[in-house]
Write a protein that binds this ligand. Structure first.
Ligand code: WTA
Length: 663
């Protein structure tokens, strides 16, 4: 969006509908401001009150916050269990018999609908306790790491909550990641057990999850040691009934194991600061970072934001379309909705399989009231046409959410008019894997919205836009988005690498958490996120580190050097363009180009596959040898390369031309 366009849109203010505000948790901008002020002026008092009201504790904390930059400790001395907060606390209330999870599997075809399953809170509690006992039976103890690599089935939530129940730390890996990615993560977190499935369904094909795990567990590092040597057991869920290999002594079936356990599993008393999960996400350098979150602060953030941002109440059916492999799935498919006693919808498949109306069909079928998805999906729906949503009754919807990337005003308006029937407020929520829960967002009964702006900070969050020296910039001037003070659901570090944590987040701007995003604030104090300003790309709402894709490319025997940049893409926000130089004697062919794309899929996963591979004689570099990414970016954004797909790009001329500018 250019500056003029956004200024024009700023003029359009969408106040919350009166009927909505009247019933909302936060009913007016003044009420939000009052609470926000209290959260900033008296944070410890504010958070103590919230922790007391929102969570159930075995033991009360001694200290609300202990802050030694860059490490925060929240509610130290307190003891609680996340699964108790998500399940047990509801059992003796009317919520106990209510649907906790409504799940729908991917349909085979238009005429053969997907399976349906509903788990009430009581049933989910029982499944979690049983599976927690299965984990124990297979050697999992408090503090052990469990890697979860499952399709979008209720068992994914069961496995996460079962870990939480016994104090094991889960690390969920998105089912679209490759064997290699699994191996790297297993190795980094030292997982003792892997929970996976024979296969999962995606657009009519079976994703070979178990086969990937088998491969991952065979992989070795440079010194010949197995990456998965810490893994003692693999627990396999029967899902796709495809043929798989079972390794005696290591692999066990989920359903068989259940025969040996009871549903009695007392929750472990966890300390507030005990780790709850590790989630890997791309950074600007090196391998993915193991972001870890702890028990009390994370849960409080997930619970409060779900309650206030989605204005949750008893009658809501909440559907966040994210996969549990991403942080959005952790906080807004599992922990946030369940901690609030809501009904959460899980769907296994793709939005356009077998037809582009999957989502609208599900909303109609289950009377979804609050719907949360990503701009990239919204833009795809726009392209597929209004006729698909128009076929369905979407009148149960009362609130819409957006997350993952900046939403362009056109997509915002389409979402508002076609899906929300001009009746539903839209919450454009900015946050990150690192922040654990939503940070900048409208509160739907209180905040007037502007299409394209995530608006104002959530309680206790102190964001700022600063220049390169760390000084706040004036309104409407672009800068770096930082956060000034600790918040309960912030990451506590990078697993096994606190030094990197300090360097990545706390060095760029002194005494502030650096988000990696560019931003400007308008005259009303509204935040407008521009997107990543580091070497992380946002492709279809997924974070992809250019360094990771580059190292995947150079691991191919034909490649000498690679540089990956983003170019604007109407649908995905950004598309991946790889510039590649080949080892001498190797011919740049169309086949090789495809082979390289497949190679990245194998190394990381399809989400990181370059949209375009361009061969070059050499990469443009500054005199000091740094790749001139800015130049590559503008080349990538420029005209499509011509029909001859084997053309080599000769950068030597460009290098000379732009040397002055870059040096
Ligand atoms: C981007 C996803 C603009 C941003 C929850 C951030 C957004 C990265 C928004 C985090 C939004 C997320 N507006 N940009 N509403 N939400 N982003 O860790 O660049 O997968 O840094 O967490 O997504 O991606 P992550």
């Amino acid at each position: 969006m250019n500056a003029i366009e956004s200024v024009l849109h700023e003029e359009r203010l969408f106040p919350p509908p009166k009927e909505f505000s009247a019933q909302a948790h936060i009913k007016s901008l003044a009420q939000y401001k009052r609470m926000y002020r209290e959260s900033i002026e008296q944070p410890e008092r504010f958070w103590a009150k919230q922790a007391e009201n929102e969570l159930v504790w075995f033991k009360r904390w001694k200290r609300v916050l202990q802050w030694k930059e860059p490490v925060a400790r929240w509610f130290d001395g307190g003891q609680l269990n996340v699964s108790v907060n998500c399940l047990d606390r509801h059992l003796d209330t009317p919520v106990g018999n209510k649907a906790a999870i409504i799940w729908e599997g991917e349909p085979d075809s238009v005429s053969k609908p997907g399976e349906e399953r509903v788990l009430t809170y009581k049933q989910l509690h029982r499944e979690v306790c049983r599976f927690a006992n299965v984990l124990k039976r297979n050697g999992v103890r408090r503090g052990d790491r469990v890697l979860i690599y499952l399709p979008m089935v209720p068992e994914a939530a069961v496995a996460m909550l079962a870990c939480a129940r016994i104090g094991a730390i889960h690390s969920v890996v998105f089912g679209g990641f490759s064997a290699h990615a699994v191996a790297d993560r297993v190795c980094d977190c030292g997982a003792k057990v892997i929970v996976t499935a024979d296969g999962g369904y995606r657009r009519g094909t079976i994703v070979q999850l178990k086969k990937n795990v088998d491969e991952a567990l065979k992989m070795t590092d440079e010194r010949g040691r197995r990456l998965g040597r810490t893994v003692e057991k693999v627990i396999v869920l029967r899902r796709a009934y495809n043929e798989i290999h079972i390794e005696e002594g290591r692999d066990v079936w989920w359903h068989r194991e259940l025969e040996y356990v009871t549903a009695d599993c007392p929750p472990e008393k966890m300390n507030s600061e005990d780790p709850l999960f590790i989630l890997y996400t791309s950074g600007s350098t090196g391998k993915p970072k193991g972001i870890f979150h702890t028990t009390a602060g994370y849960l409080l953030g997930a619970k409060m934001t779900t309650k206030y941002v989605f204005d949750l109440r008893d009658t809501d059916v909440f559907w966040c379309t994210a996969d549990v492999g991403w942080v959005t799935g952790h906080s807004y498919v599992v922990y946030g909705p369940l901690a609030n006693g809501a009904t959460t919808v899980m769907y296994e498949g793709a939005p356009n399989w077998p037809e582009p109306d999957r989502f609208w069909r599900i909303i109609e079928k289950y009377d979804v009231t609050v719907f949360y998805t990503a701009p990239t999906a919204i833009r795809a729906f726009m392209k597929w046409g209004e006729e698909w949503p128009r076929k369905h009754d979407l009148s149960t919807l009362r609130l819409l959410g957006s997350v993952g990337e900046p939403i362009n005003p056109e997509a915002w308006m389409w979402y508002y008019e076609v899906i929300g029937g001009k009746r539903c407020p839209i919450v454009d929520t900015w946050w990150q894997t690192e922040t654990g829960s939503i940070m900048i967002t409208p509160l739907p009964g209180a905040t007037p919205t502007k299409p394209g702006s995530a608006t104002l900070p959530f309680f206790g969050v102190a964001p700022e836009v600063v220049d390169d020296q760390g000084r706040p910039v004036s309104p409407n001037v672009g800068g770096k988005l930082v956060i000034r003070r600790p918040w309960p659901s912030m990451l506590r570090g990078l697993w096994g690498d606190m030094k990197r944590y300090q360097e990545v987040y706390w060095k760029e701007v002194p005494h502030a958490y650096f988000t990696g995003d560019g931003c400007r604030r308008d005259k009303d104090g509204y935040f407008w996120i521009v997107g990543r300003i580091d070497d992380v790309l946002n492709v279809a709402g997924h974070r992809i580190g250019t360094a990771e894709v580059e190292s995947a490319l150079v691991s191919h025997s034909a490649v000498a050097e690679a540089a990956v940049v983003g170019r604007p893409d109407d649908l995905k926000g950004q598309a991946l363009v790889a510039f590649v130089t080949l080892k001498s004697g190797i011919k740049p062919t169309r086949d090789l180009r495809e082979e390289l794309r497949q190679h990245v899929t194998k190394e990381i996963g399809a989400i990181a596959r370059p949209d375009e591979v361009r061969f070059a004689e050499a990469l443009p570099k500054t005199r000091s040898g740094k790749i001139m990414r800015r130049l590559l970016k503008s080349i990538a954004a420029g005209t499509e390369i011509n029909g001859d797909t084997t053309t080599l790009e000769d950068f030597s001329v460009l290098t000379r031309l732009s040397q002055a500018e870059e040096d």
